[in-house]
Write a protein that binds this ligand. Structure first.
Ligand SMILES: O=P(O)(O)OP(=O)(O)OP(=O)(O)OC[C@H]1O[C@@H](n2cnc3c(O)ncnc32)[C@H](O)[C@@H]1O
Ligand SMILES: [Mg+2]
Length: 205
């Protein structure tokens, strides 16, 4: 049996990414769970040393749960391109990292497009792993995927990260052009969250 949070429980959202924080907080809102972010608690950014999304989400969730003494929810996610053998994948954030530590997503999207342009296979997908960890080391893990294709140049200013270069299956707009509610209806994060909610969260009110 999965472990479930009590109604009214307080949890840490173990991410330093503002886009993810906004999306996960919106998904959590109907479940009556009180949320505090890793940034608000001044928690450090742990090193993501695993080669799987679930592995890295577990590192982040366990580090935050232990440091805060509260259950913690972490998201590890990434963008994969079939023509690149699934890259950048778990290294998606690293591909955007600049020498000064800042992130340049325009440059990262241009690099992905340049490397993949030689192939007729435009298939791409986002993956999201959500891991809920407790201070005693217990973890519950869930994964969701959204499939589609990549486009260049990037389109749209909504969303975050690589959203402007991804068109999900059955749609014409990129995640960067869609309304947030439309992205939530089909995204990798929403799919992982639906599994998490069914197993571990108080029923939505
Ligand atoms: O580790 P935390 O603190 O949660 O924040 P992060 O931004 O470093 O997150 P990851 O290590 O999981 O790296 C995920 C990368 O994939 C990108 N990404 C994840 N979900 C995305 C989404 O829904 N749309 C666009 N890009 C996304 C994101 O911008 C990052 O570059
Ligand atoms: Mg990260």
């Amino acid at each position: 049996m999965p472990r479930r949070l009590e109604p009214g429980a307080r949890i840490v959202l173990a991410t330093h990414n503002a886009g993810k924080l906004r999306e996960v907080a919106a998904l959590l809102a109907p479940h009556g769970v009180a949320v505090v972010s890793a940034g608000e608690l001044g928690l450090p950014v742990p090193e993501e040393t695993e080669d799987s999304f679930v592995g890295n989400a577990a590192i982040k969730a366990l580090a935050a749960a232990t440091a805060a003494g509260l259950p913690a929810l972490a998201d590890d996610s990434g963008f994969s391109v079939a023509a690149l053998g699934g890259d950048p994948g778990v290294r998606t954030a690293d591909w955007a990292e600049q020498p000064d530590g800042s992130r340049d997503y325009a440059a990262a999207m241009a690099r992905v497009a340049a490397l993949a342009a030689g192939s007729a296979d435009r298939a791409a997908w986002f993956t999201c792993a959500l891991v809920l960890a407790w201070p005693d080391g217990h973890v519950e893990a869930f994964e969701g995927r959204a499939t589609g294709h990549w486009v260049a140049p990037p389109r749209g200013t909504r969303g975050f990260g690589y959203d402007p270069m991804f068109v999900p299956d059955g749609h014409a707009e990129t995640f960067g052009e869609m309304a947030p509610a439309a992205k939530h209806a089909i995204s990798h994060r929403a799919r992982a969250f639906a599994l998490l909610a069914a197993a571990c969260l108080p029923a939505a009110g």
